[in-house]
Design a protein. Sequence first.
Length: 245
Amino acid sequence: MSKYSVRNGNNMPLQAPLIPDPFVPYKCPGNRSLNVYCRVEQAALDAYLAPTPFKAAGDVILVYISDFTACDKIPFMDAGLVVPVSYMGRTGGYFLFEYEDEDAAIAAGRDLWGYPKKFGTIDLLENESGVRGTVTRKNTTIISLECQFSDEVNFPKPATTPHLNIHVQPGPDGKVLSRRIIERDTSPDFKLTREHKGSASAALRSLSTDPLAEFEPIEILGATYVVGDFYATEANGWGRTIGTC
């Protein structure tokens, strides 16, 4: 093995950063996403948004699993729950829970843009008639999604972009150093290859620190399965601070 060239990075460890520096731009050809749209109890949304400046934009959330294993910077799988929200005249998607299977991807999303990523084992399997996926954390399957392709399924899809995250930075004294609202939207650069829609099922289970079952769907509107080329460009791949809270 050749001798390592010591770095002076923008994240730790300085000499050999966990997060690729710079992280943007990056791309993922053949990115695959299963998106299930679920109606949930309004009271649950209101309770979980209470610590934030956001207001729920309805009672429908997005539960998704996405395959970024062809990413040129860090191959990873991704999944989560996204709540459509409003904030200061904006609408977008607030990531309430998110899971990935690669430590550098988790750190990048948390440190740079406030995505609430935790570790999980994720799969997404496609066949001729549909697609299914799961998220497992601490030996428990906390998300299980399935879609059967059908052109006859039609349903409204709430806006989940731009992403509106709350980046919380704890201080060394145990207090909160900063809470910044970060907006990010890579969707203008996504190149769609194909898209299916269909009927869907979704099951959510809780752990002591992952209370997903409180958002168990009371109605599943449907699903989309989207395949295309993802790009985080210099123009749209970075985020920007739009407020504090």
